[in-house]
Write a protein of this length. Structure first.
Length: 95
């Protein structure tokens, strides 16, 4: 499996408690990490109803490690946060 040119971006949760869908970015392996300027927990996942929350998501802490996921597309994931304006950084690692 050949590595792709790295493609990266950020998902911003404008309003805490209102999940945001990831952009349509195809790939197979993505690394996700909370932005270092975040002040609280961001949440990532998909509860099966195209949503995520603190009760259904995986927590990402500002000082925590990255998580690597194998998914078909970044849009399969939803992002939420405990504080308005928090961000999750992502990078596509491989196809």
């Amino acid at each position: 499996m050949a590595l792709l040119t790295k493609i990266s971006g950020q998902v911003t949760v404008t309003t805490a408690g209102t999940a945001v869908q990831g952009s349509t970015i195809s790939g197979r392996v993505f690394s996700l990490q909370a932005h270092p300027d975040n002040t609280d927990t961001a949440w990532v996942g998909n509860d099966g109803a195209d949503d995520v929350s603190s009760t259904t998501g995986f927590p990402l802490q500002p000082s925590g490690p990255a998580v690597v996921l194998v998914i078909d597309d970044l849009s399969d994931l939803w992002f939420d946060a405990d504080v308005n304006g928090e961000k999750v950084c992502w990078i596509r690692i491989a196809d």
